[in-house]
Design a protein around this ligand. Structure first.
Ligand SMILES: [Zn+2]
Length: 244
C-alpha cells in the first residue's frame, strides 16, 4: 500500500518536473498548442500550408547538395526528407507524416517554433528587431528559422553535439562593423557562422547533406576561424583545407 503510494508520488513528481524543464510527452503536447499543430496525416500528393510547415522542419534531411522547396507540395523529395528524418529519430521510415512523426516534431520545437537547441537570440546578435538587412525584418527572421531547423538536423546527425553560432543575421550596419562582404547572406538572415567543436572541417563536410547551398570554411579567405553555412540562391562551397 505505502509502496504503491510512493510510486504514485514519484510519477507525479516526474510529470511535474518534466513540465517545468520542458521535456517529455506532456511538454510535447504543450508545444504543439503553443507553436503549430498538424490536424491531418500528410503523405505524397498532399498540398497546403501544413505541408510547408512540415517542409520547414525536415529541410535539413536531404541528400548532398539538395535543397528542399518550401512550396507546400508534398512530392517525392519531401517524402524522402521525411523518411530521412524518421530514420534519424528511430521512427518507421515510411515517408508519411502521421502522429508519430508529428509527436517527434512537437518534442523538437519550442513554443516560438524554433528547434529546441537553437534560439532567435543566437541567430541575431545584431539588433532586437531584425531590421536593416537586405530583406524585410519578417523575412530575415523567417529565414533564420529555416536555418535553425537545418542546424538542428546537422546537430543530430553529428551525434547531438552542441553547435556554437558566432554570427547570424546582420543589418548593413552590423555587417560593415565586422567587415562582412557587401553581398553577405548574413544580411538575409539565412547564414550562420559556426565555431568550436567538432572541427571546422567536420562542420563544413557535414553541412553538405543538410540543405546548405553556401558553405565556406578553412582555406577560403577569412574563414580559417569559422565555418559559414547559408542558403544562397547561387550554390557555392569552398573549404580547400577540408577538401571541399
Ligand atoms: Zn558568415
Amino acid at each position: 500500500m505505502f509502496r504503491r503510494i510512493a510510486r504514485l508520488l514519484t510519477a507525479i513528481v516526474m510529470i511535474a518536473s518534466g513540465a517545468v524543464v520542458g521535456v517529455g510527452a506532456t511538454a510535447g503536447t504543450a508545444h504543439a498548442d503553443e507553436c503549430y499543430t498538424w490536424s491531418r496525416t500528410l503523405s505524397q500528393g498532399a498540398s497546403g500550408s501544413d505541408v510547408t510547415q512540415l517542409q520547414i522542419r525536415v529541410a535539413g534531411w536531404v541528400t548532398s547538395g539538395e535543397r528542399l522547396s518550401y512550396d507546400g507540395q508534398y512530392g517525392a523529395r519531401t517524402a524522402a526528407a521525411v523518411r530521412k528524418f524518421q530514420a534519424a529519430y528511430g521512427l518507421t521510415a515510411d515517408g508519411v507524416a502521421g502522429p508519430a512523426t508529428f509527436s517527434k516534431l512537437y518534442a523538437l520545437q519550442d513554443a516560438d517554433c524554433t528547434p529546441v537547441h537553437f534560439s532567435y537570440a543566437e541567430l541575431n546578435r545584431c539588433n532586437s528587431d531584425w531590421s536593416g538587412g537586405a530583406v524585410s525584418a519578417a523575412t530575415a527572421k523567417a529565414n533564420a528559422l529555416k536555418t535553425m531547423w537545418k542546424l538542428e538536423a546537422m546537430r543530430h546527425a553529428l551525434g547531438d553535439v552542441p553547435l556554437t553560432i558566432s554570427s547570424g543575421f546582420r543589418s548593413y550596419a552590423c555587417n560593415s562593423a565586422v567587415g562582412g562582404s557587401s553581398t553577405s547572406r548574413h544580411l538575409y538572415g539565412d547564414a550562420a557562422d559556426l565555431t568550436g567543436s567538432p572541427t571546422l572541417c567536420r562542420l563544413a563536410q557535414q553541412a553538405r547533406t543538410h540543405g546548405f547551398s553556401e558553405i565556406l570554411g578553412p582555406g577560403y579567405p577569412d574563414h580559417n576561424d569559422h565555418t559559414h553555412v547559408a542558403l544562397d540562391p547561387s550554390p557555392y562551397w569552398s573549404a580547400p583545407t577540408c577538401g571541399i
